[in-house]
Design a protein around this ligand. Structure first.
Ligand SMILES: NC(=O)c1ccc[n+]([C@@H]2O[C@H](COP(=O)([O-])OP(=O)(O)OC[C@H]3O[C@@H](n4cnc5c(N)ncnc54)[C@H](OP(=O)(O)O)[C@@H]3O)[C@@H](O)[C@H]2O)c1
Length: 307
């Protein structure tokens, strides 16, 4: 049995990942402001910007691996508070990467597809990042800090969807919730991405650790679609009315942070190094639906003190 620390354990990825790990291994989840109850794993509340991770977590729990999912992942919030975004997304990852290197603890840093400007698409790990928003810029500096402090670290550039604590965190939940309530909503026809189901992402991250990979990897779905097509695929899978989704250009939205248009990434390096086929978004949407029908979405929500 291995010992894992997962930061951001109250977040969309961190919670789903921690639940998966806790089925076979020991996991300590780190949360900050979102209280959780009834979890099948231990949780520690701390602020990674101001508290002492090395002393309070690495020294006391003595993990084999740290998977760093914590971030200010809301793009609009980063635009409004760039200093906090910089501390959280850029400075903290470098510090934890350094502490893990010193103690020979495997470090996995979760980054983003948004490090690219989206002008060309089908990006490989060798392509040059050019982040546009505050969020993307701080995440890119986070990658550089991790690489400088810990060359053995895995840096996973991701994009994913799934069931979250609040029930509103992911784009998949946004479409299901609004379509179930028959609310008309917008779907962007000019934003292309590779959304991976969070359960598939969690499995891939664990395989990457097991294979002792290091360096940058694109860990997204092996197919791609627009955000509008993603919404329509969810509507189809859930038997909901896709005509409620209005196809618009992202330029017509009033979002604060600049979005990259073509964030399609190549997963060739990942599939070669792990010798497997990376799941598609469509397979993920099927599993998203199956999990919903098995009560998984509600199970996740029940871990929130607010539900
Ligand atoms: N969602 C996506 O599609 C997507 C796409 C690309 C990349 N990513 C990356 O994937 C990772 C996980 O994203 P997510 O969507 O799961 O994020 P999320 O749901 O917004 O959760 C963020 C987590 O970070 C924690 N956190 C924030 N500031 C903290 C601090 N100062 N100290 C301790 N914990 C702190 C939060 O804790 P509390 O809630 O308890 O305060 C929460 O658990 C992030 O690195 C993000 O940049 C996400």
């Amino acid at each position: 049995m291995s010992r894992f620390v997962v930061t951001g354990a109250s977040g969309l990825l961190g919670l789903n990942l921690s639940l998966k790990i806790s089925a076979n291994d020991e996991v300590l989840g780190i949360a900050n402001t979102n209280p959780l109850i009834g979890l099948p794993f231990e949780i520690q509340v701390m602020d990674l910007v101001s508290d002492n991770f090395e002393k309070d977590v690495l020294e006391t729990f003595n993990p084999d691996a740290v998977i760093h999912c914590a971030a200010i992942a809301n793009l609009e919030e980063c635009e409004k508070n760039p200093e906090l975004a910089n501390q959280t997304n850029a400075v903290v990852p470098g510090e934890i990467a350094y502490q893990c290197k010193k103690r020979d603890v495997k470090f996995v840093h979760i980054s983003t597809d948004a490090v690219f400007d989206g002008k060309s698409g089908n990006y490989s790990e060798l392509d040059r990042p050019n982040p546009l928003s505050v969020y993307a810029k701080t995440k890119r500096v986070g990658e550089e800090n991790v690489q400088n402090q810990n060359p053995d670290a895995i840096i996973a550039r991701v994009n994913f969807f799934g069931w979250s604590l609040s029930g509103t965190r992911s784009l998949g939940e946004f479409f299901v919730k609004n379509l179930l309530s028959r609310n008309p909503i917008n779907g962007f026809i000019d934003v292309h991405f590779c959304p991976l189901y969070v359960s598939h992402l969690s499995e891939l991250l664990l395989k990457m650790i097991h294979a002792d990979l290091s360096g940058i990897y694109h860990v997204v779905s092996s197919d791609h679609m627009t955000k509008y097509e993603f919404g329509c695929a969810i509507a189809d899978q859930f038997g909901l009315d896709q005509t409620l989704i209005y196809p618009i250009s992202v330029s017509k939205s009033n979002l604060l942070a600049e979005r990259s248009l073509n964030l399609t990434l190549s997963t060739k390096k990942l599939s070669t190094d792990l010798n497997l086929s990376v799941p598609t978004a469509l397979t993920g949407i099927e599993q998203f639906y199956v999990d919903y029908h098995c009560g998984y979405a509600q199970k996740i929500r029940n871990y929130s003190i607010e539900n």
